[in-house]
Design a protein around this ligand. Sequence first.
Ligand code: GKR
Ligand code: MG
Length: 415
Amino acid sequence: MLITDLIVTPIAFADPPLLNSTGVHEPLALRTIVQLVVDGDVVGLGEGSGERVVIDRLKSVRDVVVGQSVFATSAIEALIDETFGGDGGGLSRIERRVVFSIIEVACLDAQGKLLGVPVCDLLGGAVRDAVPYSAYLFYKLDGHPALDGRPPIPDSWGPALDPSGLVAQARLMIDEFGFGSIKLKGGVFPPVEEIAGIRALAEEFPGLPLRIDPNGAWSVATSIQVARDLSGVLEYLEDPTLGLDAMATVAARASMPLATNMCVVSVESFAEGVAKKSVGVVLSDHHYWGGLRHTRELGALCDTFGLAMSMHSNSHLGISLAAMTHVAAATPHLGYACDTHYPWNRSDDVVKPGVLRFVDGAVPVPSGPGLGVELDHDVLERLHRQYVDSGRTTRDDTAYARRLKPGYDPILPRY
Ligand code: GKR
Ligand code: MG
């Protein structure tokens, strides 16, 4: 059962103008879809970053991956490490794992299809039938404004620039998806305004766990103040400030646990984060941690060192959602509803509708072989064309924000 081809297709899909601490989401988000062919017949799917550098690296390992057994993911990882590590380019472990993760997921999808079992069974089996996700709220503009001759791009979400806009957005999401917890992407407005947003959500949705993530936009002093103000209101506070030391200082004074997808991001930073007591919750992400099996290992590591585990996301489509759902289902230690951007991007999904659905805020684990989702080749072709026509090769929220508001300064910490 040998890998006979690796097809790498960059795509671009519609994304609303979501605000964060570094700028604004552009009208198109970039992603890469991988089709890994086994014995010229079975195709495993993978999805990951659409950054040009990742696409180039994926293409450059094609010859290394082709000819390997689809079951030999450890050997494939070693070959990718050899290609890019040390003398082979000196890439960091995280950079190598970003490449490997997309290929590993495609291998697991193909393995599942060959064996007639779902991917979660290849990870030890599901410990939950459905994976809870949280409503991921963003401050947002009322559609992408007209720019350089391009007409405005409206969307159905409406603006969210104050507490009532956030509450309206949460209502839309919860009504449609049934989410049982809420995360707010912060770091956009002065903390006092974002605290008011969280309080409005707490009032409107009593009992729903709440989180805020300003992506390091706050100083240590501001983070401590916000932690005090929101004591008893947040289930966790995500990346209020930057770096393991600053996070440790805040963690020592905060009543709620601190969570991160920014300062504990690898095995190396994990050890340092544990020693410094920087965080209480690690946000896993199979795209960065090296695939589904390494994510499960991260669960065991967190368990061993007394840390909780949740899951991070970035703009993504259904292949990633399926992979996230399988690994979350098979990771006993994962104890919080996971993040997902899927509601923002689902209208442009590359997988055929029907399998991925939200029931009371949770995605039932797909039961078909492999990831259980099917690629829609027409949509793939359309999104690839969109990618080519856009001329884009990288995500740059700051550059886009500056085009909308000249002089925009993303300096961190900002408050
Ligand atoms: O989509 O703007 C965004 C988020 O800010 C994303 O880029 C982050 O990586 O969601 C992520 C997070 O939790 O930090
Ligand atoms: Mg985060």
